[in-house]
Design a protein around this ligand. Sequence first.
Ligand code: PEP
Ligand code: MG
Length: 324
Amino acid sequence: LSEGLNALAQEPALTPDGRLMPIYVNTGLLADVEPALKCGAEGVGLYRTEFPFMVRDRFPSEEAQVPTYRQMLAAFYPRPVTLRTLDIGGDKPLPYFPVSEDNPFLGWRGIRVTLDHPEIFLTQIRAMLRANVGLGNLRVMFPMISAVSELDEACRLLGRAADELREEGLVMSSLQVGVMIEVPSAVYLAESLARRVDYLSVGTNDLVQYLLAVDRNNSRVADLYRPLHPAVLQALRQAREGARRAGKPIYVCGEMASDPAAVILLMGMDYDGLSVSVAGLTRVKWVVRSFTMDAARALTDEALTLEDPDHVRELLNGALVDAG
Ligand code: PEP
Ligand code: MG
């Protein structure tokens, strides 16, 4: 099997009936670049900028951040590289920025922190924009958006950083801006959010945790953490419809996109691309190349009628076994 998977590396992520399903990589490490390109990644769907922040003992300066982002943008050029703004708090603490809360996952995390600290946010955005000069493959992405007002504020700050840089004489290259759909409220707001940006990307790791009220890292409730839960599937479909109404693409960058069973559903719901860890790239590509859109849609329609995540799993696993 592994030989077969290796042979897939340079094949396109094309369904048998000719639909391209771009597969991007999730990363935070330069070490992933080479293996990702070898597996034919279409770009980076999620670069977790927390990593370069975690390995330091203080907030890195703009000067220090530029080369980190530039290396990723250049390595994948001309493919898109999605740099997510700092998503600290919750399960991603920074040693030099202690936050103590009773409910960290419901507290000060992601965009909430950076909107309260515009100096941190502006420094990071300026570094991203500078790293993109002469390239133009940057996609900026905002985490943990739960209201339209937060997105408007983030976009306003982004505009301010761009204005500053222009005044300083920088010639900016094009970029895209996107929002993560990972808080349940954002699912209901998907259309309004999508109208304001270039794309949406569903973060299923958090979305599942918040929809089902199950801590993604608590082993005691791990068996309640069900990405194939009917409520999760409804949410995924609804987010997709919201993006569609706004005429914008929507991707998935949570772990769910690495699960072959879930890949069938995301194809069937007509998602525009998947972002997965390097280790999952070839397997996901195999699924894409094994199911026609019609087959994926039929399985998805059936899955959406089921009320038990186990039955969804059985249905899809059966289809995967039949596909070889
Ligand atoms: C997610 O929440 O699904 C996601 C991709 O982001 P992270 O795992 O970094 O929270
Ligand atoms: Mg998340």
